[in-house]
Design a protein around this ligand. Structure first.
Ligand code: FAD
Length: 490
């Protein structure tokens, strides 16, 4: 064991044994391997986990690789399936759809990103679109998969995928990994927190009568935010006025036929539904606004859409979209649902757990808990949350649907200035500026804004300077590459 420096963190208590809690335990254990920092996860048998959260995005695989969790074992244990992207059905208008696939899209031509050339070509009458140039979208549509292969042409080299998995099995699998590596687990219910004179959390007091002291507390207690709100009163920024969906009803159905390789997101009268195929069942849910539809009507709608019996009683969940005003306060860091909740529309919640964890490592504290370090962490995560909020909101506000009160409301509301400016710029030039490290790059904005029918008035002027014939040749080559990738897949 490496001797720790005076003032270093000696013990970490993670409150919560859901996806966020066990991901935190596994990553912190990995990052602190070789030290004698004690990590304890506290989870309550009576409270349980939220039990949803089944669609991910590709960085989940990087997370597994980083912490040394074998992908094949993880897929087996969590009944996971491949996800190549999301099919957005009925969002632009009823009967229309678009894809938000993973992986590369074409190639850079004369230093201009591919989608700018495609916009230029489309303005000249080019009929091909996302499915012709994205192998992820083409495979998802064809129901076939082939692993990425750096030696098999651009399209296969750039292919990326994520997983659909069973949330309860994820917690169980990561728990097994963490415990096997020395993380301690306490099955207890926290009923009180002890605070120091300076307001830091000192110890957790359990209903069972004992207590746990630690230097650093990770709050993964779910929506209730037991420490970050209950003890530290961080405050919550409520985004319901932008993202009005505040409930979901979720129920599994049997898997019939082959599992689709994508998440289906279908817009409904007062929100949208997901369909997530796993190896052993299909996860379904309707995310809706309680101002626009009654709970029973939402359940009836979902039942109609899934076209089969639920395998278990559908569960109702309530939430308030938004985020904590501070994710880290004193010696408490909130991750997962305790940190906030954005709709699961783009599968960003679990990703925000990893992103928060990586940033925590970048700002790992000592026991002085320097406020400037904490402020830097909060600023970075707030920026990430707010940008993802804008991305999700774009799906609603740009819809052409006006067929129900819900769609009339979400398409007529005032927008955050940041999103308004982005949409105006895209309309003018097809550009969507992003910072390095942003989860959603300009091509992701392109998939969604283009999919919802937005067309720039003036595509990137520099694409005009590229030789049109040569660009056509590149497009043909890429489309052939994609067709070849689909043909080679099973
Ligand atoms: C409808 C819906 C759909 C979603 N879909 C997706 C999706 O497709 N993709 C995605 O990335 N995310 C999705 N999410 C979010 C995802 O479910 C969560 O981000 C993820 O499951 C992490 O949850 P958690 O661990 O923070 O909380 P939870 O799973 O709620 O775990 C909380 C833990 O805290 C413990 N606890 C609470 N209070 C106490 C106490 N007093 N004492 C001791 N222990 C306590 C509980 O025992 C439990 O172990 C969805 C969320 C919802 C609501």
């Amino acid at each position: 064991m490496t001797q720790i420096e005076p003032g270093a963190i000696r013990s970490i208590a993670v409150v919560g044994g859901g996806t966020a809690g066990w991901m935190s335990a596994v990553l912190l254990n990995h990052a602190l391997r070789g030290s004698d920092v004690r990590i304890t996860v506290v989870e309550s048998a009576e409270i349980g986990i939220v039990g949803v959260g089944e669609a991910t995005i590709p960085p989940i695989l990087d997370f597994l690789d980083l912490v040394g969790v074998d992908r094949d074992m993880f897929v087996r244990e969590t009944q996971a399936t491949i996800k190549l992207g999301i099919r957005f059905q009925d969002w632009k208008d009823v009967g229309e759809h678009y894809w938000h696939p993973f992986g590369s899209f074409g190639c850079v031509i004369d230093r201009r990103p591919f989608h700018h050339h495609l916009q230029r070509a489309a303005a000249r009458g080019e009929p091909r679109g996302v499915v012709d140039f994205s192998l992820g979208a083409a495979l998802a549509q064809a129901g076939r998969f082939t692993p990425p292969d750096p030696k098999a042409g651009l399209a296969r080299a750039g292919l990326r995928y994520a997983l659909h998995f069973d949330a309860a099995l994820v917690a169980r699998t990561l728990r097994k990994v963490a415990e096997g590596r020395g993380v301690e687990r306490l099955e207890r219910t926290v009923v009180e927190t002890r605070r120091t004179a300076e307001g830091h959390v000192d110890a957790l007091v359990f209903r069972e009568g004992d207590r746990l002291a630690a230097d650093l507390f990770i709050d993964c207690s779910g929506f209730r935010g037991l420490l970050i709100e209950g003890a530290m009163a961080a405050g919550y920024e409520d985004w319901t006025h932008w993202l009005p969906c505040d409930r979901a009803v979720a129920g599994p159905t049997a898997l019939t036929g082959q599992a689709q390789l994508y998440t289906l997101s279908q817009a409904l009268d007062a929100g949208w539904r997901w369909r997530i195929p796993l190896q052993h069942r299909v996860g379904n849910g309707y995310v809706y606004s309680s101002r626009h539809i009654e709970d029973q009507a939402a359940l009836d709608d979902l039942a109609r859409q899934v076209g089969g019996d639920f395998l278990a009683e559908p569960r109702q969940l309530r939430f308030t979209t938004g985020r904590r005003k501070a994710f880290w306060k004193g010696n408490v860091v909130a991750l997962g649902l305790a940190s906030g909740f954005l709709e699961p529309l783009e599968s960003t919640s679990i990703h925000l757990v990893t992103s928060g964890l990586y940033k925590l490592l970048d700002h790992f504290p000592d026991r002085s808990f320097d406020p400037t370090n904490i402020a830097a962490y909060n600023a970075a995560l707030i920026e990430e949350y707010d940008t993802i909020r804008d991305f999700i909101l774009a799906h609603y506000c740009l819809s052409e649907r006006r067929d129900t009160p819900f769609w009339r409301d979400v398409t007529s509301q005032p927008l955050p200035d940041s999103l308004r400016a982005r949409i105006d710029l895209y309309r003018a030039s097809g550009r969507s500026p992003c910072r390095q490290g942003d989860l959603f790059a300009d091509v992701n904005w392109y998939y969604v804004l283009h999919g919802l029918g937005l067309r720039p008035r003036n595509p990137d002027p520099l694409t005009c300077l590229s030789d049109a014939q040569a660009v056509r040749g590149v497009l043909d080559q890429l489309a052939s590459d994609v067709r070849g990738g689909v043909a080679a897949a099973r």
